[in-house]
Design a protein around this ligand. Structure first.
Ligand code: APR
Length: 229
């Protein structure tokens, strides 16, 4: 079976009603990264940071996977598919994908502030200040904040370099190290980028750019790949 690796960003969930970060009307227009998405912010004002993630978690419970998430699950019929997502939502899993790596953490999970191995799935949308891990420390969102290490980046790099086909969907490729993953992909591997605002990347070999929304562009691409195989 050929191996397909898929790198996704906020754009794939936009049509499910989840805001992206850097588009106009995106989350980083409403909030400052330094106020809600760094460890320093959590130490300075845990209530604000916690509320930011509680609100996003609440929205996630109202959201449903869209045609792009479902189409990627269909790809598994004929390919060995591995998804590397920068998204903290669980829409790939709910869309039926079975192999999903969350580079930037998972919104529905929380973890201990003294032992990063202690990760729990939260029941419902609300984490409360005062909710503690089994070792008695405050629980925090299971999110990779700006300035923190990305523990799964090496696994993601390996998946990228192993891929026969590489698909990038809905990411501005602004945030490293995720944005650098394309550099690990074999030069001869066909690559596809689905994003209505994709910028040209002439230095990437064998890249087909599909300037469409994920909800239409991804099902069309998936059909094409399934027919070709
Ligand atoms: N379909 C496909 N792509 C879309 C759609 C859509 N319907 N709507 C918007 N996009 C594209 C935009 O053109 C943009 O290129 O999605 C991309 C979203 O970019 P960002 O908001 O920068 O999101 P992302 O690249 O995932 O951000 C990376 O930054 O703040 C952090 O940790 C956060 O994981 C996130 C990381």
């Amino acid at each position: 079976m050929k191996k397909i690796a898929v790198l996704t960003g906020a754009g794939i969930s936009a049509e499910s009603g989840i805001k992206t970060f850097r588009d106009s009307n995106g989350l980083w227009e409403e909030y400052r990264v330094e106020d809600v998405a760094t460890y320093e912010a959590w130490v300075r004002n845990p209530a604000l940071v916690n509320e930011f993630y509680n609100q996003r978690r609440k929205k996630l419970y109202e959201a449903k996977p869209n045609a792009a998430h479902f189409a990627l699950a269909e790809l598994e019929k004929k390919f060995d598919v591995k998804i590397i997502t920068q998204n903290v939502d669980d829409l790939h899993e709910r869309g039926g994908s079975t192999n999903v790596l969350h580079l930037h953490g998972e919104l529905k999970k929380v973890r201990s502030t003294v032992d990063p191995e202690l990760v729990y799935t939260l029941e419902g949308w609300e984490l409360k200040l005062g909710d503690k891990c089994e070792k008695g420390s405050q629980l925090r969102p299971h999110i990779v904040w700006f300035g923190e290490a990305v523990p799964l980046i090496e696994v993601a790099a390996e998946i990228s370099s192993d891929a026969d086909i590489y698909i990038v969907i809905g990411t501005s490729l602004n945030v490293y190290p995720a944005a650098g993953l394309l550099n690990f992909v074999r030069e001869d591997a066909p690559k596809y980028l689905v994003d209505p605002n994709a910028s040209p990347m002439p230095w990437i070999r064998n890249l087909t750019t599909i300037r469409e929304k994920a909800g239409t562009g991804v099902p069309a691409l998936v059909n094409e790949l399934l027919i070709m195989e």
